[in-house]
Design a protein around this ligand. Structure first.
Ligand SMILES: [Cu+2]
Length: 157
């Protein structure tokens, strides 16, 4: 019975994070010389327990933080969030002007069409390996026929 209990525990641990779906993960392309970038995604919790995102990391940036954009006295500021909780059955949308993942100290320029890995850290030491696509929402839903097209329309904050 002891062995069975251990197996059940590890199955629960393995499936706990799988309940979090990461949808439409994308980053904004960066102009040359800019060392910060924002990453957006929608996190959907299909499980029955709250999922707590405690951090993010990626090889393309020295630091990656969870940020919220807050407007105080008409001034838009970003504040770092220690963690984000996605309640069971809920979706947490990260979007321009709101919650986002902030990359600081970029190791390279992010060009439209690039992909890079990003690890989402959850409580209980579990992680989700994801891949970020560089571009904008319009480009992602309707890929351009010309990969060298530099359309900057569709950016909106
Ligand atoms: Cu930010």
């Amino acid at each position: 019975m002891k062995t069975l209990a251990v197996i059940l525990t590890s199955i629960w641990t393995a499936t706990a994070w799988a309940e979090l779906e990461v949808i439409d993960l994308w980053a904004r392309a960066t102009p040359p010389g800019v060392s910060t970038a924002a990453v957006y995604a929608t996190l959907a919790n299909h499980g029955e327990q709250p999922v707590v995102v405690t951090g993010v990391k990626t090889p393309v940036a020295k630091h990656a933080h969870l940020h919220a954009t807050v407007v105080t006295d008409g001034m838009s500021r970003m504040s770092q969030q220690a963690e984000l909780t996605v309640q069971p059955g809920h979706r947490l949308a990260m979007a321009p002007g709101g919650l986002h993942i902030m990359l600081m100290g970029l190791e390279r320029e992010l060009r439209s069409g690039d992909r890079f890995p990003l690890t989402i850290l959850l409580s209980h030491s579990s992680t989700i390996e994801t891949e970020v696509i560089v571009g904008n929402v319009a480009q992602m839903s309707a890929p351009s026929h010309d990969p060298h097209a530099h359309s900057h329309s569709g950016h909106h904050d």
